[in-house]
Design a protein around this ligand. Structure first.
Ligand SMILES: Cc1cc2nc3c(=O)[nH]c(=O)nc-3n(C[C@H](O)[C@H](O)[C@H](O)COP(=O)(O)O)c2cc1C
Ligand code: SF4
Length: 422
């Protein structure tokens, strides 16, 4: 299978410009420069690339909302979302540490396609090695005339800046990210207007995930047909899939879209000796649990939705049979409660309340009423009840956990303690 992303990670010195160029790096951008920006947009639409940030929105369609042509605002921005604070997700770090030029080239293609002259990488602050390698690569590209004024002798100019985040999960939400980049408190913004029209500093802005952008050089180098043929399922191209939890070898693999979770688990060598898989979160902490019976579902946006979850980031968290699901859900909810930006009441008050109840249940002091209140809280924090998707995402492992692991919750209450603690 073609590996448009991870092929660069095998290079001896992948962060080096010459090493990247020796395997065809920057050819995609060179091709893009010979096209009109709208033609680049069309090629990405034809490739049917879906955003890898979690929601799976069509990238070409998202770009098409940006005003283009003579009357378009003079300044437009491209932002790479490299905040990656989703618990259990570490795919963007792998790409940025291993192939910084791939991301830079992808950003150059995207910026050219939407007519942006300034681009930012919004990087998770703790990703220090990524920051070092990205800055080296940006400097190299600049020195080689690939960034800056009149790139490759063309009329096109692009400035690329690296911004390291001060560090909150909400900064990954694209409008909160824009506020953070402007130096404001990282609260999400009301939509509409959407960032494609009124974004960073009030100008049209595209925010794309790091992995999304890394797919662009391959598409522009080899064409949309080549890209669509990488997978034979409903979604096109390849995906960085992965798994963590008590498997034998947690890790990441670039595989065709539509690969089953069973195959990913097999690549990890299966569960550790003596353990059985009990449940799995398909793409980060803010997705619904699925069970072993769902392992053959193709890892595609619609297929995973059909069985009741979300593909999210595509990096699985496995739950084994000797780990308490209530404890795991409590752990995740503690994270989300801490990371709530506090802007809207259901999330600001609902998440700490859920944590308080789960803590009580896990300690063997829960009551039957607590289970009812938890169910109600899931409703209060669901889609449409809060300002952004943090709270509904936080509710996903809770509501699905209460459905699939109802016996565990009940046992904590009936036996006044955690059945998994011996
Ligand atoms: C609370 C929250 C955190 C998010 N964190 C990230 C993140 O770290 N990285 C990311 O790419 N998208 C994140 N997103 C999704 C972004 O808002 C946005 O949809 C995404 O960057 C779009 O990129 P794409 O179209 O390339 O998928 C987050 C969303 C929410 C609600
Ligand atoms: S849902 Fe939570 S994180 Fe999102 S705006 Fe409301 S308080 Fe902030």
């Amino acid at each position: 299978m073609h590996k448009p992303l991870s092929q660069y990670l095998d290079l001896a010195n992948p962060q080096n410009l010459q090493a990247y160029q020796s395997t065809g790096g920057y050819e995609g951008f060179t091709n893009a420069l010979k096209m009109q920006p709208q033609e680049v947009q069309q090629q990405v639409s034809d490739a049917k690339l879906k955003g890898r940030g979690g929601a799976g929105f069509m990238t070409g369609m998202k770009w098409s909302f940006v005003p283009m042509g003579e009357d378009a605002p003079k300044n437009k921005y491209l932002v790479c979302n490299a905040d990656e604070m989703e618990p259990g997700t570490f795919k963007d770090r792998w790409l940025m540490e291993g192939a910084p030029h791939l991301l830079i080239e992808g950003m150059m293609i995207a910026a050219y396609a939407i007519g942006a002259d300034v681009a930012y990488i919004f990087l998770r602050g703790e990703y220090r090695l990524c920051a070092t390698r990205l800055q080296q690569a940006i400097d190299e590209a600049q020195a080689a005339g690939l960034l800056g004024d009149n790139i490759n002798g063309s009329q096109y100019s692009l400035k690329l800046h690296l911004h390291t985040s001060a560090g909150r999960y909400i900064c990954g939400e694209e409008t909160a990210l824009i506020n953070a980049l402007e130096g404001k408190r990282a609260n999400p913004r009301a939509k509409p207007p959407f960032p494609q029209v009124v974004g960073l500093f009030g100008r049209p802005t595209i925010v794309n995930n790091c992995e999304t952008l890394c797919n662009l050089p391959g598409i522009l180098k080899n064409g949309a047909d080549w890209y669509t043929q990488i997978s034979d399922g409903a979604d096109t191209g390849s995906k960085i899939f992965g798994i963590s939890g008590r498997v034998k070898n947690a890790g990441l693999w670039e595989l065709p879209m539509g690969t089953s979770a069973r195959h990913i688990l097999e690549l990890a060598g299966g569960m550790q000796d003596g353990l059985t898989l009990r449940g799995w979160l398909p793409g980060g902490a803010s997705t619904d649990f699925l069970l072993a019976e769902h392992l053959d579902t193709p890892m595609e946006y619609d297929a995973i939705a059909k069985v009741g979850s979300r593909m999210g980031t595509g990096v699985i968290i496995a739950l084994d049979d000797q780990h308490c699901p209530v404890g795991m859900i409590l752990n995740l909810l503690q994270f989300f409660a801490q990371e709530s930006c506090g802007w809207c009441t259901p999330c600001r008050d609902g998440l700490p309340w859920a944590v308080e109840i789960l803590t009580r249940i896990e300690a063997g002091q829960g009551s039957q009423d607590d289970l009812d209140v938890l169910q109600q809280l899931c409703g209060f924090m669901w889609i449409g009840k809060t300002f952004c998707a943090l709270a509904p995402g936080a509710v996903e492992p809770l509501r699905s956990g209460m459905k699939y692991f109802a016996d565990d919750f009940q046992q904590h209450i009936d036996h006044k303690g955690c059945p998994h603690r011996h």
